[in-house]
Design a protein around this ligand. Sequence first.
Ligand code: B12
Ligand code: SF4
Length: 567
Amino acid sequence: MELLTTDVAARPHRAHSGSFAKHPKGSEARILLSSVFGPYAQDDEFGSRSINPMELYHNQVTRAQGSFSLRMFHRSWGIMMIQANISAPCAVLDFPTRDDFARQLKSNQYDVVGISGIIVNVAKVREMCRMTRELSPQSVIIVGGHVAAIPGIEKMIDADHIVKGEGVSWMRRYLGEDESAPIQHPAIVSGMRTRIMGIRLPERKGATAATIIPSVGCPMGCNFCTTSAFFGGKGKFVNFFETGDELFAVMSRMEEELKVSSFFVMDENFLLHRERAMRLLELMKENHKSWALSVFASANAIRKYTMQELVELGVSWLWMGLESPKAGYSKLQGTDTRELTRELREHGIRVQGSTIIGLEHHTPDNIVSEIEHAVSHDTDFHQFMLYTPVPGTPLYQQMSEEGRLLKDVDYADVHGQFMFNFKHAAISREDSKRFLDWAFWRDFQLNGPSLYRISRTLLAGFKRYKDYPDARVRERFTREMERLSGVYSSALWAMERQFRKVDHDVSEKIRALRHEFKQESGMVSRMLPALLGPVLLWTTRREEKRLARGKTYEPPTILERSNWVEA
Ligand code: B12
Ligand code: SF4
């Protein structure tokens, strides 16, 4: 990776190590917070990569599922969180093009330009710093987010401050505001511009979940884990909301403001904090909240709860690491993850597994059976990632000391969805990509489209809980069934036909599920597939053709201002 050697030592705003410079204007300073510029899903000189789109599922979960891939965009929550917690006039610019960013700099007198980036986007961060110096020379440049973990980043980009770790308290301190004031949670609609089977889903208020961020970091400290390392490593994390009461208050406010009843809880290991979760459950019961929660949790944390507790807490989607049992990660200790996955799904909890390819003990001889083991979990979604030493993690440190990091790998390619960035004992760089791609394909081929799998889990949950004594639970499953059964049945109709080309047995299973849905559905839902099914089959096939021609999707540019006063 080329190093930028600009001499930045003479800049007036540069903070020297050990001292903490505050901005002279304090909360009067005009601030721009921007994510890195797009377009993203294309190969370019700033490190965009067509295999690295700004779409969570399509990037790393359903990428081999063609037109059945779930595609949606998520806002840059880190800078939204900072904006909501400072009283200075602040603009958040999300997903700008380079021109948008330049226009923003030229047409506003920003005192501070904050740029948020992760490691793959370091070349964009560098370019944005350069542009800011040129177009808005009075601005102090602050760079935050995971990009700050790159060793030697200070010499690669021309920034005045590079912030490692939690940004809200840093920014408050920089502006002379109260660092320990309670955290205000911004109203965040979880996903946008959702597409599947060639159609864009309508965006109704309340139809999408709200994102809630209770904490950042994770105390488990797995050696490869970048989020854990960035916020303090093993035994450490930053809690924004300590108690169940605080969390409940935030969620109630979001429910009111965004008219939602489901929440995407962005906490690396939500269930690990049992006391907080159980207090939340208590309050949900007292206040009759029939909420649905999508959470991340490790297997050992899930095991602290009974299925009933999880279901009553509204857990409807669980993202869980399924690393090979041979790797010895403590988060899996003593858990039969296949059994756990089956049980969760039988209780209507959609499971998203996450498996690492290329662990130290993997060899060309055993990797196929390890992938088969992962795929045999038959999760609703399955993410695969290459074992990747990422700057800032204990694994990176170890590989670096062992001299195993490959030189000349562009940071833009260090994201776990392409090839190894280190020398593996038994697997070559090229083969790492082959095994990764095969894992995605195998999961799709054997288990079918994720949309089919989540329909199956929903139906299982509905059948099990439609007469459950706790009305909140009944309502949740019934609500989802009423809202989705017609759509799912129609999608299954189309899927069954389209999937015959891939695997006949799976297509038959989809057909059987469609019949089960028919029995449980009301009249309208029973009739719908005859009309909607053929339309979906047509849009699916049209999408397949578009994708074959290289079609990609980009998020919209968004500008949001708070405490704003014209300059
Ligand atoms: C949502 C998300 C996405 C969204 C996009 C979000 C966006 N608009 O950019 C999607 C799904 C599209 C995505 C894509 C990718 N992501 Co992503 N993503 C996340 C996720 C799950 C949540 C981010 C988040 O909001 N966290 C909560 C907020 C509050 O934390 P935060 O963003 O870190 O912000 C805090 C600080 O970092 C800091 N801060 C942040 N920005 C700034 C700016 C300033 C000025 C300051 C002072 C401070 C500051 O303050 C904030 C508050 O404390 C994280 C995992 C995680 N748990 O964080 C991964 C994560 C950020 N993604 C990651 C990766 C690798 C990717 C991908 C390459 C895909 C992949 N192969 O994994 C792509 C890249 C896409 C692209 N072309 O750029 C890695 C980054 C690794 C690294 N060390 O760089 C993470 C950490 C996941 C992981 N554990 O590997 N991602
Ligand atoms: S349990 Fe998950 S989030 Fe926590 S450190 Fe391990 S990999 Fe990271």
